[in-house]
Design a protein around this ligand. Sequence first.
Ligand code: PLP
Length: 383
Amino acid sequence: MTLWRIPYFELSLSDEEKRAVADVLESGWLAMGPNVAALEQDFGRLLGDGSSEFAAVALSSCTAALHLAMLALDVGPGDEVICPSLTFVADANAIRTAGATVVFADVCSPHELTLDPEDVARKLTARTKAVVVVHYGGYGARTDELLELCRAHGLALIEDACHGPLARDDQGRMLGTQGDVSCYSFYSNKNMTTGEGGMLVSRHQEIAARARRLRSHGMTTTTHDRFRTHAFGYDVAEVGFNYRMDELRAAIGRVQLGRVPHFSARRRQLVLRYRSALAEVRGLEIPFANHDGDHGFHVMAVLLPRAGPSRPAVMQKMAERGVQTSYHYQPIHSFTAYREEGVTLPVTDAVAPRLLSLPLYPTMTDEQVDDVVRTLTESLAPC
Ligand SMILES: Cc1ncc(COP(=O)(O)O)c(C=O)c1O
């Protein structure tokens, strides 16, 4: 059911996901159990590309993953963590929730909306503890330069790879495999979904072990462990949370994970079609337009012409014609909770009001892409 002729996003669920959920319902075990463990194993193995070992910890959301990443890296009061402002607020919220201070850095350019290593270097202080890099839209950020900076200053690098599970950067490396900890979201509109859900991944086993314990109240065993082994009793090694994933979600996630390559291939085709059709639209710019490898292609972002109707006017006109749009993102430093004096992010501030995200999902047809481009063109025309 949709209220839109062309919605911003549509789920890609098949009979396989339904069967997987039915199997869990039949199994008699709904809370964290064997499907969660299997999803973690599959995810870690696929990220490792057969050569490295990654430990994966399934969680209730990426926000939980980001929070646990901070705690597992001992980020806390007195520390500063650098992150982009042009991202979802969860990145900054996780830093604040851990008790640390958020320091915003700019993105590289209107065509590369990912963290600018030079601005990160300018924002370093003696209190900086970590950097959060976001692979906007599933396009790889400048991870090498950021890693070099982090290594030189003894900082941790956290990758927010929400927009690109199993996606690769321009060097062919999977997103989320370079930093100390990586975080993924399986929220409804992501490239693979469990409804709500997330994953924390690290090659450092001790970080994953800490996250694993903190996701379940700091307890030393899980309910399923005790069921399986007939053991009873547990210790609480430190204060934790309930950030667990359940079996229903994990079962959906396992099926969706297997379908990611197919989803990404279709997303890529749609993005390439968008790019060539949008090249005709005067004044419109397309970030990441020269990236056509195995990226996540999560967001079809465009920069509206400098001279022309405002973004709210364009979104309204498109909505009246039945096309839902979005934007990624309102800069975090413009939100009430994060507004402060003296934050200057020239690229972010210049591009943010022009950013518009067009519908993009694997079940979208070529004709729908053409329809969206036509609707956008008409909505940009002066009245
Ligand atoms: C870049 C980015 N980071 C973090 C999140 C948070 O993910 P979740 O909703 O799973 O907590 C999202 C989800 O929208 C996101 O897009």
